[in-house]
Design a protein around this ligand. Structure first.
Ligand code: AMP
Length: 356
């Protein structure tokens, strides 16, 4: 992990009127570039051979400049060059995944948010310790496959977008599906409606839904479209399909906007608040956008099965705002909100508080 003092030193040398917001050309880059431009920043898109022609179809989301590298790991040796451009990196899921969390922690480039969260988030045990000790309810874990006595989801460590996850209802089912060469967790399958809640925590603002320090915002929500599980019902019951060799998979292919019944909002904000307060105690706090991936049961309990501590792709439907962010300010995507936070911190001389 790059020491905080090192990042502070680099930022001290920045020309604050020439900050460039940079990210990898994928995932949520359109709204990050669009939002940064709206807040007056220059933008830089990092690519490794991606097809960047698609940005021509979305000119407002196209970065001012591209930086082509042979491998994301090349960025580790480019810290001086990026500092000379006064770059602030905005991490997103693909950026961290392509570099790997370990290497991402080593980048000597000022990065929006607290990179200490990566360790807590990428280890399922630490993630659980954090969320449960914050007071969040999580799906039960079944340690011994022989004890499977209800529907469970078998999750492989580090599986991307749910690839390879499978549902089992008993031990024979588990044996049929398991790839024992991989590390896995068996989680109770929670029946309910999936909501992915997009929050933003600002440690530097003071107006709004106040925490002990800073404020919490609820910017939007989505539900993921997952292939093929979300369309499987059209072919009939899963048990019958299994006999034909057809198994459900959970590969995210898109996102659908959601609003929840209003009476759930206080509960969601309370949950977001507890998760932030606990993160401050555990590792100095996560900063900026985060998403609580949850399932609401029919008795209106909220079970959190995962946290993503950065901008998530589920915020993409809200490039010009959501029914929730509109009540804070019109036309603010999560990408733009990040740029606003950088600008606010810059104008108030507290940039190190939102960078790591
Ligand atoms: P994850 O990789 O943990 O985000 O999970 C991928 C997908 O699996 C989610 O988007 C949900 O559709 C589903 N899922 C994950 N955990 C559970 C659970 N405990 N119960 C039911 N569905 C789940």
């Amino acid at each position: 992990m790059v020491p905080k003092e090192r990042i502070e030193k680099i930022v001290e040398g920045y020309d604050k009127d020439k900050i460039t917001v940079a990210t990898v050309c994928s995932h949520t880059s359109l709204q990050i570039f669009d939002g940064a431009r709206k807040e007056g920043f220059k933008t830089l898109g990092i690519t490794v051979g991606q097809n960047i022609k698609f940005y021509d179809a979305f000119p407002k989301g196209k970065p001012d400049e591209f930086l082509k590298v042979d491998s994301y790991l090349d960025l580790l040796d480019m810290a001086d060059e990026l500092a000379a451009r006064n770059v602030i990196l905005v991490p997103h899921g693909s950026f961290v995944e392509y570099m790997t969390p370990k290497k991402f922690e080593e980048l000597e480039v000022p990065t929006f948010g607290n990179r200490r969260v990566l360790e807590w988030e990428s280890n399922r045990h630490m993630e659980r310790q954090w969320l449960v000790s914050a007071g969040a309810e999580m799906p039960n874990i079944i340690e011994d496959p022989k004890m499977i006595d209800r529907p469970v989801l078998v999750k492989y460590d580090g599986a991307k977008g749910g690839r390879g996850f499978f549902i089992a209802k008993d031990y024979p089912d588990f044996k049929l599906g398991i790839d024992s060469s991989q590390r896995f967790t068996i989680q109770e399958y929670v029946l309910g409606t999936r909501y992915y809640i997009h929050f933003f925590y600002s440690p530097v603002r003071t107006e709004g839904y106040k925490l002990k320090k800073g404020v919490l915002e609820l910017l939007s929500m989505d539900r993921r479209d997952e292939s093929n599980v979300d369309e499987m019902y059209k072919l009939g019951a899963q048990e019958e399909l299994k006999k034909l060799g057809l198994f459900p998979s959970f590969v995210v292919t898109g996102n659908i906007p959601v609003v929840v019944r209003e009476s759930l909002l206080p509960k969601l904000l309370d949950l977001g608040e507890k998760v932030v307060e606990r993160s401050i105690e555990l590792f100095g706090g996560m900063i900026g956008p985060f998403c609580l991936e949850s399932i609401v049961t029919d008795d209106l309990r909220i079970k959190v099965f995962e946290i993503s501590s950065r901008i998530v792709a589920g915020t993409n439907p809200f490039i010009s705002g959501s029914p929730y962010s509109d009540l804070l300010e019109l036309d603010v995507s999560t990408g733009r909100r990040i740029a606003q936070e950088i600008k606010f911190a810059k104008d108030n001389d507290v940039l190190p508080e939102v960078l790591s």
